[in-house]
Design a binder for this molecule. Structure first.
Ligand SMILES: [Cu+2]
Length: 135
C-alpha cells in the first residue's frame, strides 16, 4: 500500500513538474497552397510536440498526429463545440491519424490525451497542449 501511495504521489506531484520543462515555443501552422493550415504533432508518452500551436480563425486546419510510441495508445481531445473545436480521436501506437476542423473563435483552447490506465492519467502527466486561435 505504501508503494502505491509513493507511486501515486510521484504522478501527482513530480511528473507534472517535470513536464513543465517540455513546453515548446508557440508554433505557427504553415498554410498550404490549398489554404489549409497543416501541422504535424509528435505524440509520445506523455507529451505532444509542439504543444502550443497557433492557427488563424475561420480557415481549415489539418493536424497530423504522429505516434512514435511502440506500445502505448494515446488520444487527442479538444472539446469547445461553440468554437468549432470538437475532436476526440484515438491514436494507435506507431500510427498517423489526421484530424480536420475549422476554428470559429479566437482564444486559447486546451487539448489533451484522455487515456487513463490505473494511476496513469495521461492528462495529469502532462499530455496537454494549447491551440491558440488568432485573427
Ligand atoms: Cu496519452
Amino acid at each position: 500500500m505504501k508503494k502505491i501511495l509513493l507511486l501515486f504521489s510521484f504522478f501527482l506531484v513530480t511528473a507534472p513538474l517535470l513536464s513543465l520543462g517540455l513546453k515548446s515555443k508557440p508554433y505557427k501552422a504553415l498554410v498550404d497552397t490549398d489554404g489549409v493550415q497543416r501541422i504535424e504533432i509528435k505524440v509520445d508518452s506523455y507529451y505532444f510536440e509542439p504543444d502550443h500551436i497557433v492557427v488563424t480563425v475561420n480557415a481549415p486546419v489539418e493536424i497530423t498526429l504522429r505516434s512514435v510510441t511502440s506500445l502505448i495508445p494515446h488520444n487527442f481531445t479538444i472539446h469547445y463545440p461553440d468554437a468549432g473545436l470538437d475532436v476526440n480521436i484515438d491514436i494507435p501506437h506507431g500510427r498517423d491519424v489526421k484530424v480536420r476542423f475549422v476554428p470559429q473563435k479566437t482564444g486559447k483552447f486546451e487539448f489533451y490525451c484522455n487515456k487513463k490506465l490505473l494511476f496513469i492519467n495521461h492528462r495529469e502527466k502532462g499530455m496537454v497542449g494549447v491551440l491558440e486561435v488568432v485573427n
